[in-house]
Design a binder for this molecule. Structure first.
Ligand SMILES: [Zn+2]
Length: 180
């Protein structure tokens, strides 16, 4: 590591200590050119990979977005918040474990589907049916909103005719009271 004072190329580690919580290592260094001392910290890098959409757009991984996707898919389903949290942890841990700087949005979606499949079949189908055609968790969130609103909206578009109820009226079904 270069000296921050004189930019000398060679420094010597004179002391190494682990932090109390064990999360970082502190090194005391001495510059061999100017003899000044400075400290460096070494920590584990646990950065989430960037999410790359199908169209090549990149965005920061957004845990809130992920949570929203789970919530929407599990809307009114009998799944505890605890289990949802655990599922979100699984996904983020898997992403960490990849150790990649980038991950495809499709891959994130597949991870979400795996978790939903374990949690609730209905939520899984909700997510899968919408997600498959979007391949992006963010778009999915909006799409589910659409799906939830759509039955009422479709009926309205058709002029409010409740499809199915019309053809049921059959005169033959009236009680026949002809007795001879
Ligand atoms: Zn120096």
């Amino acid at each position: 590591m270069k000296c921050p004072f004189c930019k000398g190329p060679t420094t010597q580690v004179v002391d190494t200590r682990e932090s109390e919580d064990g999360d970082s290592i502190r090194r005391r260094r001495r510059c061999l050119s100017c003899d000044k001392r400075f400290t460096t910290f070494e920590t584990v890098e646990l950065r989430m990979p960037q999410v790359v959409k199908q169209n090549g757009m990149r965005s920061e991984f957004d845990e809130d977005k992920l949570r929203t996707s789970f919530k929407r898919a599990l809307h009114k389903r009998p799944v505890s918040a605890e289990l949802v949290d655990a599922a979100i942890d699984h996904v983020t841990q898997k992403l960490h474990a990849l150790g990649e700087r980038e991950v495809g949005s499709r891959q994130v979606g597949e991870m979400v589907m795996k978790e939903l499949l374990k949690l609730d079949k209905v939520a899984y189908i909700r997510f899968a049916s919408v997600y498959k055609s979007f391949q992006d968790v963010g778009d999915f969130t909006e799409a589910v909103e659409e799906v939830r609103k759509s039955p009422a909206r479709k009926a309205a578009d058709r002029g409010g005719k409740p499809a199915g109820k019309q053809s049921v009226k059959q005169p033959g079904k009236q009680p026949v009271k002809q007795q001879n």
